[in-house]
Write a protein that binds this ligand. Sequence first.
Ligand code: NAD
Ligand code: IPM
Ligand code: MN
Length: 361
Amino acid sequence: MGKQVVLLPGDGVGKEIMQSAKVILEAISNEYGYSFTFHEHSIGGDAIDKYGVPLPQQTVEACKEADAILLGAVGGPKWDNISAHNRPEKGLLGIRKEMGLFANLRPIKGINALLSASPLKEEFIKNSDILIIRELTGGLYFGEPSERRDNGNSVVDTLFYRRDEMERIIDKAFQQAMKRSKHLTSVDKANVLESSRLWREVVEEKRQEYPEVEVEHLLVDAAAMKLITQPNAFDVIVTENLFGDILSDEASVLTGSLGMLPSASMREDHVGLYEPVHGSAPDITGKGIANPLGMILSTAMMLRHSFQMDEAATEIERAVNYVLDLGYHTPDLAKIGQKAITTKEMTDLIVDHITLKSISD
Ligand code: NAD
Ligand code: IPM
Ligand code: MN
């Protein structure tokens, strides 16, 4: 039996880039003889429109049966003024929590062809290769009480973590550091937050199990600065939910566009949810020009992490680099030259390269 993949296109450009993911997987299945069965379900604003809730029960059930999940993006101005518990974003937070996907891996790699697309100086971003590991099912996003307003005059958001939630994500980060350059930066706000002080304590305990890994603690404000002034000083970064959200969008500047970044949301087994880091991009929705590469690279992460199809994953990454090296790019990377192309054209070029490569083998 082939791999059962749930597709959650969601809203805005999410729908447009999911089309690219499907086409790429079809090409991979033709070239390598793999079989993928797609099950498309609703989430976010799309689900609010169809079923009145951002995360319908049938979507949760389908995800629980799946070998892996691909998600486009959720949200948009259409749903911006509905109540907090029924917003599209609740659908995304809900599926992460329901599936127990506590570890969000966000790789950021300076791509040679895109060095000039970044507003940062090439000499600083060249060779940058960072893995942000973001805790995904705890912290301010999920802390109780969630009764957030009192007559509109006071509000509360609760930053809650249990020690074991910290232990499992920090352990994951050490494991990843062991597979890479063995350098781990833990980012917190231990000069202010009690949760950060426990976080630091847990990092200090865990490092005893990984004596080869060099550990550094950074406060989040200084980390935000260092990330764009000395990106080469980082290998693996581990941090809590909200800090990881913010730092990863910041780090996307190293690649030239937020549209470039993929992510994998994992738990202890091989099931995972894969999605680009960016959102539904309402300002370019419907124009057919969204950068599909964050989504396509997320698909490669799915092949590698959930299905152990390493060769196919590497082939997608190689094809992406090849097409960028030729100078093709979507308009979000406009600074690199004249050949701005559409989402579909970019996707088709990558498919052509995947297909050609296997013919020449
Ligand atoms: P956004 O990430 O959607 O867009 C920020 C900027 O980056 C925009 O100028 C957009 O055009 C650009 N951009 C993003 N992805 C791009 C791509 N693939 N190609 C080219 N340009 C791209 O963030 P936002 O505007 O703050 O949020 C819009 C909506 O998306 C909100 O409702 C937000 O809650 C939601 N959101 C969802 C996710 C998700 O589903 N994972 C992530 C972030 C934001
Ligand atoms: C992300 C997004 C989400 C988050 C939102 C849409 C809930 O910004 O995946 O980075 O904050 O986790
Ligand atoms: Mn985000």
